[in-house]
Design a protein around this ligand. Structure first.
Ligand code: ADP
Ligand code: MG
Length: 472
């Protein structure tokens, strides 16, 4: 089977960006308006007409471009809520992504009565998931390995499936899920719609498509148009000055949140060690972290109590972090498309962003490829211009307190907020994000009150119980 239609779309070529132009029911349209989805994003405008027409689709667009709603609206359209069977399956590479997708599907499904979405990922007992399935699920979102477990045990039945979604397909391939995807797909009915979403288009994607899709329409939205808001600067470094230059960039620009990309895990480790020695608040995110460690790192970065997150491309895929003042390319990637994805992490949602790239002489070839791909020359600045600004070291505005106790102890964000505001007397503004995970809770508080807030929480109660709290 071949990919029959090639199409490159952009905001400019699509005819309408109003959701009302789509064959969606009025309740769904009203819900979209309520969610503040006033216009389709370019990938939605390019893919929804095809997806809603029931065709197979390969859609490629950068992270944060609204791909979830593009497939969620399609699978919800195919769904009959009165039929108590799994009708849609979304495969995702990681638990975090599966959780994000589940949240987005639930938001979009509010317009439809009683749609049940169940998340099936590893790291959680099978028993509870089995019970959720038994209570009736219309939509299952999960990681390939865990879905296979449920299929093997016959807890999950896909006979009534009509929509299969492969989300972040490139990342699933990177993570070696090809065989698992094949195993799962073979248990889906042949008569179905298959939708594949990806940020990049490596070779394996086409193989996957040929194996499992029927004459898919291919849609790609170029991500170049967002660049206006991103200021790119290149700096020439040597092997010996690279890490120190990262510190100079941080001291000069003083971004609150920076994502620093390295090409290798080793470079990530070296940079984090160096930055920590220099007094920066930096954490590393790379493949082999345990889920628990990953959750902790992500919570600290997202709640603004860590200045720099150092990551490889694979590890950072799918992170949905708004408010990223800067991206630093510590190494130049050999893949120009990856470069565009990296820098696209900043300058989101109309905010301006800074993309700083460090290149040594032997990376100039890669810089050339990036220039060709972006169709403009790079702007070079001198390292000598990087003088420290502001007073004192760069510190994140918040500090994370970790409460030993989470969902298992029935702690909810409101309980923690109550303990800090009503009981401890802080204002809402002094408290940042509150993340409750299964066994632990992270709460960000202003740096100035962190020590005292920890003491007050340790002395007081959350949800009527004493808790143990520590500073991260
Ligand atoms: P992707 O999967 O392409 O990385 P997401 O689907 O996670 O992107 O969407 C990124 C963000 O954009 C989400 O917070 C989502 O709620 C929001 N979003 C999606 N579609 C729209 C829209 N049409 N209008 C406004 N916000 C949207
Ligand atoms: Mg996505």
């Amino acid at each position: 089977m071949s990919i029959t239609e090639q199409k490159t779309a952009s905001a400019a070529t699509s005819s309408s960006t109003s959701f009302a132009a789509l064959p969606l029911n009025p309740a769904t349209l009203a819900n979209l308006a309520q969610l503040g989805y006033l216009e389709m994003t370019p990938i939605q405008a390019a893919s929804l007409p095809t997806a809603l027409a029931g065709k197979d689709l390969i859609a490629q667009a950068k992270t944060g471009s609204g791909k979830t709603a593009a497939f969620a609206l399609a699978l919800l359209t195919n769904l009959n809520p009165r039929r108590f069977a799994v009708q849609a399956l979304v495969l995702c590479p990681t638990r975090e992504l599966a959780d994000q997708v589940t949240i987005e599907i639930r938001r979009l499904a509010r317009a439809t009565d009683n749609v049940k979405v169940v998340t099936l990922c590893g790291g959680v007992a099978l028993r509870g998931q089995r019970a959720s399935l038994e209570q009736g699920a219309h939509i299952v979102v999960g990681t390939p390995g865990r879905i296979m477990d449920h299929l093997a045990r016959e807890y999950l039945n896909l006979e009534a499936l009509n929509t299969l979604v492969l989300d972040e397909a490139d990342r699933m391939l990177d993570m070696g899920f090809l065989d698992d995807i094949a195993t799962v797909t073979k248990q889906c009915p042949k008569e179905r719609q298959t939708l594949m979403f990806s940020a990049t288009y490596p070779e394996g994607i086409e193989k996957l498509a040929k194996q499992f899709m029927r004459e898919p329409v291919q849609i790609k939205v170029e991500s170049l148009h967002t660049e206006a808001l991103i200021e790119q600067r290149f700096y020439e470094v040597t092997r010996h000055t690279r890490l120190a230059t990262v510190a100079q960039l941080l001291n000069h620009f003083r971004p609150i949140s920076t994502l620093a990309f390295c090409n290798t895990k080793q470079q990530c480790k070296d940079l984090v060690t160096y930055l920590q020695e220099q007094g920066f608040s930096a954490l590393a995110l790379y493949g082999e972290l345990e889920q628990r460690e990953r959750d902790q790192v992500l919570a600290q970065f997202a709640n603004r109590s860590c200045s720099v997150l150092v990551a490889t491309d694979v590890a950072s895929r799918g992170l949905d972090i708004t408010q990223l003042e800067a991206v630093i390319n510590v190494d130049i990637t050999p893949d120009a498309e990856v470069h565009v994805h990296r820098i696209g992490r900043t300058g989101r949602a109309g905010e301006s962003g800074l993309a700083l790239s460090l290149a040594s002489m032997n990376e100039m070839g890669f810089v050339g490829k990036i220039e060709q791909y972006q169709k403009h020359a790079s702007v070079w600045h001198k390292v000598e211009e990087l003088i420290p600004t502001g007073s004192g070291p760069l510190l994140p505005p918040m500090v994370t307190l970790q409460i030993l106790g989470g969902r298992k102890e029935k702690i909810r964000p409101g309980d923690v907020l109550g303990a800090l505001t009503a009981d401890a007397g802080y204002t809402r503004e002094q408290i940042g994000k509150i993340n409750v995970t299964e066994f632990t809770t992270f709460v960000a508080v202003n740096r100035a009150i962190a020590q005292e807030a920890m003491q007050k929480l340790n002395a007081g109660k959350v949800k009527g119980k004493s808790v143990r709290v520590r500073l991260l």
